[in-house]
Design a protein around this ligand. Structure first.
Ligand code: MN
Length: 507
């Protein structure tokens, strides 16, 4: 275990933005930059100014935003590229030029000697402009080690502040990465970075191996977004360094989850549910054995407290669920069923699960209150009073929704991409204002074939404290099914809130 501090260079706004299909406007880039700065990264690679006018403008905006992090921008080892970076007023520049024979012969059509000459020239040019230089011999891990050593010596001689080792196509192993770092460190006295890609799913392991072998800094992206299979995931790398290796970074772990969600929302890159640290299921439990263990001591089936990374543990009823987990979930909704009722509730939950149906919070609440004879206080629940949608080829789809919230009738009309979107927007408008509840997830499935198929809509809603609840609607009318799903989810969330408040009062 070492307690040294590892530097973090975040490249979400450069390599991350190179994710196929992702393009951010300057305003979005600035918003992400502020969030990443608040996390506490040491360096932020804000973009690649030569690529477009908007990109250059974004980098200049970020460089001038008064962030704590050192703002950096990317350039090829070309004057033209470097001039664009210089015009952005960043503190540092990340210059790259490939060093592997594959790239030299097939892409650049230059010799190794020319590569070394261009490298030195570029570093001197950027340094003379007053920039801190980080240099990447692109495709370093596929570069002949003897030539790599020569490149590192040239980089040091030309006066770069940092040398980065890019595993450009993600083919390094942890052993290889460690070897490259040791080679670089032995060739010159320079700060060493590692930049890993996830083509074999080894990006985090390779970055950690690099750091353990003596690298001072790692390049990462939020949610691991990036070219092809992506880059080293910021959250996985940081938590691994802190929790498994006892190293430190300047990153605030508690902000990892909200930053991950912000980046996912703005880039449109969804996070796989089983992704480590930030995936929806990373702290979710269904199996009876696991929930039973968790309820006695969370350490039985959790690697660390979810709150460490700003998250909340959740449990899911379903065919694998057991009595203990379901009891805990019901208690969270303010329901304390008698033994005989609990048995019936568990049976029905498992029946639903066996039919391949996900049991939402709304379903569990409905099952329990039916079995228990509707004993819960439902006065604060939201009720749908009326719904009308209009749609067509030559008009903007819109919806009118009337809800009863806290005993009062509230209306809203909203437009949207289609009738479902419009109806959900209208509901969203009412509940966002009155209850601070927002739609987090929407899923639609057709249960049967044909145009009269039953639409099975399941949703997840969330409030400002991060508490979530799931709901479902099943109807032949897809709009009504969607509206029903969100309202059952909201009501499940409201009973959870009510139970929390009651618990606080009695405590
Ligand atoms: Mn890269």
């Amino acid at each position: 275990m070492s307690s040294r501090t590892v530097r973090v260079l975040d490249t979400t706004l450069r390599d991350g933005e190179q994710t196929p299909g992702v393009a951010l406007n300057p305003k979005e880039k600035l918003q992400i930059a502020e969030a990443i700065d608040a996390l506490g990264v040491d360096v932020m690679e804000a973009g690649f100014p030569i690529t477009s006018k908007g990109e250059q403008e974004a980098v200049r905006m970020i460089a001038g935003a008064g962030l704590r992090a050192e703002v950096c921008a990317l350039a090829r080892a070309e004057k033209e590229d470097m001039d664009r970076v210089i015009a952005c007023n960043t503190k540092s520049i990340h210059v790259f030029l490939a060093s592997s024979d594959i790239h030299l012969q097939n892409k650049l059509h230059i010799t190794r000697q020319e590569m070394v000459r261009k490298t030195k020239e570029a570093i001197r040019y950027a340094r003379d402009a007053g920039l801190t230089v980080e240099f990447s011999p692109e495709d370093a891990t596929r570069t002949d080690p003897e030539f790599f050593r020569q490149v590192v010596e040239a980089v040091c001689e030309a006066g770069a502040a940092r040398l980065d080792i890019p595993d450009t196509v993600g083919t390094a192993t942890p052993e290889k990465m460690a070897m490259m770092v040791r080679l670089a460190k032995s060739a010159g006295d320079i700060t060493v970075s590692v930049h890993c890609h996830n083509d074999y799913g080894l990006a985090v392991a390779n970055s950690v191996a690099g750091v353990l072998a003596g690298a001072d800094q790692a390049h990462v992206t939020v949610n691991g977004i990036g070219e092809r299979a992506g880059n080293t995931s910021l959250e996985e790398f940081i938590v691994t360094c802190h929790k498994l290796y006892g190293m430190r970074t300047n990153v605030n772990l508690q902000m990892l989850y909200e930053t991950s969600r912000l980046v996912s929302r703005i880039t449109g890159v969804v996070i796989q549910p089983n992704k480590a640290i930030v995936g929806e299921n990373a702290f979710g439990h269904e199996s009876g054995i696991h929930t039973h263990g968790i309820l006695q001591n969370p350490a039985t089936y959790e690697p660390f407290e979810p709150s460490t990374v700003g998250r909340i543990r959740w449990m899911q009823a379903g065919k694998h669920a057991g009595r203990h987990g379901i009891t805990a979930q019901l208690r969270g909704m303010g329901l304390n069923p008698k033994e005989e009722h609990l048995r019936l509730i568990v049976d029905r939950v498992k029946e639903m699960g066996d039919q391949g149906v996900t049991v939402t919070d709304g379903d569990l609440y409905r099952i329990a209150s039916t079995v228990m004879g509707g004993k819960a206080d439902e006065s604060n629940m939201v009720r749908l009073e009326d719904l009308e949608v209009v749609t067509g080829l030559k008009r903007t789809p819109s919806a009118f929704v009337r809800l009863v919230v806290d005993g009062r009738i509230t209306d809203a009309s909203e437009a949207g991409a289609g009738p479902v979107d419009s109806a959900l927007n209208a509901i969203q408008r009412i509940l966002g204002e009155t209850k601070q509840i927002w739609l987090k997830e929407y899923r639609l499935e057709a249960l049967t074939g044909g145009s009269d198929a039953v639409a099975d809509v399941s949703v997840k809603v969330e409030d400002s404290s991060g508490t979530t609840a799931s709901g479902r609607g099943m109807k032949r009318d897809i709009v009504v099914a969607s509206v029903e799903a969100i309202i059952t989810g909201v009501n499940a969330l409201l009973v959870k809130r009510q139970a929390e408040a009651a618990q606080l009062k009695s405590a």
